[in-house]
Design a protein around this ligand. Structure first.
Ligand code: PLP
Length: 415
């Protein structure tokens, strides 16, 4: 990475940027929502399109000089339609949360009712949490996963829907390791005359590659992020049918955003093109295979894996049975000290706080981008277990850090 121009102007920021390049290269990014984009996506995202105002949509802009902005946005839209098979796509949301905001603003009025999964069971802030605008503007009721099985309790969801009569049901999650039954939820939404928003932020890439069932064409609205399992740079996306197209577009601009981040839309276009190549299906399948390997490795060591496995890119571990004195936060810190970067997470039936919960969440998208296969992923699973089991033994932590360095050297990044 060349940050020489930044260095000339601002050595402090250049130091931080170069430090971050080294940090990403020398650690294992296992935060399930993170990944590493290609140099092509990085270039597009840092392009001169950051200078361009392009309020409006291709062909209907409020500014002159939008020839190339239109070209780039149309490419992003066309490729997204091809990737996910959507009738209508809006690529302007600045993030996944903004994409959700676009849908709520298009279809709901303040005071309307949202039925969504409890945050501590794997939901997302933008699905109705009191600290988020959704919890402040809307009336929110929540469904849960079955604490015994770790799977969505679809019966409870249906009961809650009948009692609460929501205006919208939100599916799609942040810490749910299993395939979601989109049709089951759509049927409930139809029965109670609610819209259905499927937020596939975490699994956009898995859905695009066909390794996870798709809600596109099932749910009324599908939102996603473009930087998690698909490597198209930070941002959001909304997919819907022609029926709701203009409501959604108006809710994004001018409803809740100003000028689109055209440089990010260029990154989306390039990342979507990469995802349309046949290799992307292999990548997505490897992400899931690696997550399964990680789950099995943890189970072989006696750790409790929520839902006894995974169908996706992530594994959720409940530490309470095997390590009752170890919090997720302490495990996160011990792992971080060895170069394994993942996050503490709440688990179904959480008994600690959301700030220092009882579980850890580990994802494989970043490792798989670096070329990790099942064998290398099993090594990482073994290392994670060693840290969890010896979290206050500095000798063990130093040995694990050396092994992590061996792996990050073997599987390079941005070379
Ligand atoms: C990550 C995530 C989002 C998007 O988050 P942003 O940080 O706003 O891009 C939205 N919904 C779910 C379920 C998520 O996990």
């Amino acid at each position: 990475m060349d940050y020489s121009h930044v260095r000339d102007v601002d050595p402090a920021v250049a130091d931080a940027l170069e430090g971050e390049v080294d940090r990403q290269r020398d650690t294992l990014a296992m935060i399930a929502s993170e990944n590493h984009v290609s140099k092509a996506v990085l270039e597009a995202q840092s392009s001169v399109l950051t200078n361009k105002y392009a309020e409006g949509y291709p062909g209907k802009r409020y500014y002159a000089g939008c020839t190339y902005a239109d070209e780039v946005e149309n490419l992003a839209i066309d490729r997204a339609k091809e990737l996910w098979g959507a009738e209508h796509v809006n690529v302007q949301p600045h993030s996944g949360t903004q994409a959700n905001m676009g849908v709520y603003l298009a279809m709901l009025d303040p005071g309307d009712k949202i039925l969504s999964l409890d945050l501590t069971h794997g939901g997302h802030l933008s699905h109705g949490h009191p600290a988020n605008f959704t919890g402040q503007l809307f009336d929110v009721e929540q469904y849960h996963v079955d604490p015994e099985t770790g799977y969505i309790d679809y019966d409870e969801l249906e009961e809650k829907a009948r009692e609460f009569e929501p205006d919208i049901i939100v599916s799609g999650y942040s810490a749910y390791p299993r395939a979601v039954e989109w049709e089951t939820i759509q049927d409930v939404a139809d029965d109670v005359d609610a819209y259905h928003l499927a937020d596939i932020a975490h699994i956009t890439g898995l859905v695009a590659a066909g390794v996870h069932p798709s809600p596109v064409g099932v749910a009324d609205f599908v939102t996603g992020s473009t930087h998690k399992t698909i490597r198209a740079g930070r941002g959001g996306i909304i997919m819907t049918s022609e029926e709701y197209a203009s409501d959604v577009d108006k809710a994004v601009f001018p409803g809740s955003q100003g000028g689109p981040l055209m440089h990010n839309i260029a990154g989306k276009a390039v990342g979507f093109k990469e995802a349309l190549q046949p290799e992307f299906e292999d990548y997505a399948q490897q992400v899931v295979d690696n997550a399964e390997t990680l789950a099995e490795t943890f189970q072989d060591h006696g750790l409790k894996v929520v839902s006894e496995g995974t169908d996706t890119h992530l594994v959720l571990v409940d530490l309470r049975e095997s390590h009752p004195d170890l919090t997720g936060g302490d495990a996160e810190d011990a792992l971080d000290s060895t170069g394994i970067v993942l996050n503490a997470n709440t688990v179904p039936g959480e008994t600690r706080s959301a700030f220092n919960p009882s579980g850890i969440r580990a994802g494989t998208p970043g490792l798989t981008t670096r070329g990790f296969d099942e064998k290398a992923t099993k090594e990482v699973g073994d290392l994670i277990y060693r840290v969890v089991d010896n979290h206050d033994d500095t000798d063990v932590l130093a040995e694990v850090a050396e092994d992590v360095q061996g792996l990050t050297d073997e599987f390079g990044l941005y070379e």
